[in-house]
Design a binder for this molecule. Structure first.
Ligand code: HSE
Length: 435
């Protein structure tokens, strides 16, 4: 059978992995796909690197847009990253009737609605397994394998850089900046590591998962995004004393009122599997009504793990490209006319538990004042520790864990606590999830 011709845009770390794995496993892949999948053209700004990696076996060009218009190409794979050029390439490839594969989470979270609409008009597939959690087949699981279920929530460690930083800070007591440099050396961090550290990368991925889990449009601009740059080592320590670890979670939860879509540092009990996902590994926990909880674990970045996901998309497209478009898997898992505009709730409406750390004067009645405010707000305390004040010290720390409450209710109570004369400065609050 005629081979499928692929145009590869970008042969950096992931592109190089795709090229190498496709070549190494060509026979095995063709046995699955039913025909050969071959990269016939590579576009990259660095032609010398492209030549080195491909041994001169394919056509090379620095004109990525030209590849999207090439009549010999069946599938365009975009591994350039960023939003602007990548969007132009996506729309051009689609307009020219090419199926489109991308690992670009920012592109889909921000421009996905426009890209999928264009793809529907031209009856082409857009596949993006590599955009969320690298080599873990979470898109396949959410879009296809769990299609019997009402998905209730998805919670994931979906940024390896921040998970690596949090693990190293906790285990080795290393400062944030030093561990970040290490993550960059190891190649986990994005080119601009603020995307990792400030939670933006995880929010892109959570946005994509929310869309295919619940059949809603991409709504990245509504996501609540907090990273780990303001997280203090002291809180990692106190959380540990209380039996918890702090993870940067991406959470998408469906509630009758709307969707919670949030990324933030989160206390997770140490006896949960998610709490034990260490280093640069990723894991996604999905709660669904029929199957219950399922957990997906693996490498969320790196050349060959990500290539594994990209090539799986190439195989899927190769199998389905002659099928009637009506019979393919819909881009967002739900039929296009069934994608519902369910609102993403503001963070004040989130249902969550809290870790609170407050610096207080060590004198009678202080704890009673604080607990009275929480009781008045109907917030129940789950656990508490007070640091023993040092010799001659007049202040100490109180750390509390609360049961679940509506966030704006907790915020109102915290404002009243901060107004007490006996409470010094701001109350540190982190969210806690029972999962
Ligand atoms: N920068 C990402 C991470 C890599 O740290 O997980 C893949 O998205």
């Amino acid at each position: 059978m005629k081979p499928i011709n692929v145009g590869l845009l970008g042969i950096g770390t992931v592109g190089g992995g795709v090229y190498a794995v496709l070549e190494r496993n060509a026979d095995e892949i063709a046995r699955r796909a039913g025909r050969e999948i071959r990269i016939t053209v590579v576009a990259d700004r660095d032609i010398e690197r492209a030549r080195r990696l491909t041994n001169g076996a394919v056509k090379l060009t620095d004109d990525a847009l030209g590849v999207t218009r090439d009549p010999d190409i069946d599938i365009v794979v975009e591994l350039i990253g960023g939003e602007t050029l990548a969007k132009d390439l996506a729309l051009s490839a689609i307009e020219n009737g090419k199926h489109f594969v991308t690992a670009n989470k920012a592109l889909l979270a921000v421009h996905g609605n426009e890209i999928f609409a264009a793809a529907r008009r031209r009856d082409v597939m857009v596949a993006f397994e590599a955009a969320v959690a690298g080599g873990i087949p979470i898109i396949k699981a959410l879009r296809e394998s769990l299609s019997a279920n009402r998905i209730e929530w998805v919670a994931g460690i979906i940024n390896g850089t921040t998970n690596f930083i949090l693990s190293e800070m906790r285990d080795k007591g290393l400062p944030f900046a030093e561990v970040l440099r290490q993550a960059q050396r190891l190649g986990y961090a994005e080119a601009d590591p603020t995307f990792d550290i400030e939670g933006v990368d995880a929010a892109h991925k959570a946005t994509i998962m929310s869309a295919i889990a619940f059949g809603i449009p991409m709504q990245f601009d509504k996501a609540h995004v907090e990273g780990i740059s303001r997280l203090e080592s002291v809180d990692i320590g106190y959380a540990g004393q209380l039996g918890y670890r702090i993870k940067l979670l991406g959470i998408a939860r469906k509630r009758p009122e709307g969707i919670e879509l949030r990324v933030h540092p989160t206390l997770v009990h140490a006896n949960k599997l998610l709490a034990n996902v260490e280093g640069a590994m990723n894991a996604v926990l999905v709660q669904a009504d029929a199957v219950g909880a399922t957990l997906y674990y693996g490498k969320g970045a790196g050349a060959e793990p990500t290539a594994s996901a990209v090539i799986a998309d190439l195989v899927d497209i190769t199998r389905l490209h002659t099928a009637d478009p009506e019979h393919r898997v819909p881009h967002l898992a739900f039929q296009p006319d069934q994608v519902l505009d369910v609102p993403v709730l503001p963070i004040g409406e989130a249902l969550t538990s809290f870790y609170l750390r407050m610096r207080v004067l060590d004198k009678p009645g202080v704890l009673a004042d604080i607990t009275r405010i929480l009781a008045d707000s109907d917030i129940s305390i789950d656990a508490m520790i007070q640091r023993e004040a040092g010799e001659g010290e007049s202040q100490t720390d109180i750390i509390m864990l609360t049961h679940q409450t509506v966030e704006k209710n907790a915020e109102a109570a915290i404002a009243r606590i901060e107004a007490l004369d006996s409470v010094q400065g701001k109350v540190t609050r982190l969210r806690l999830e029972t999962l």
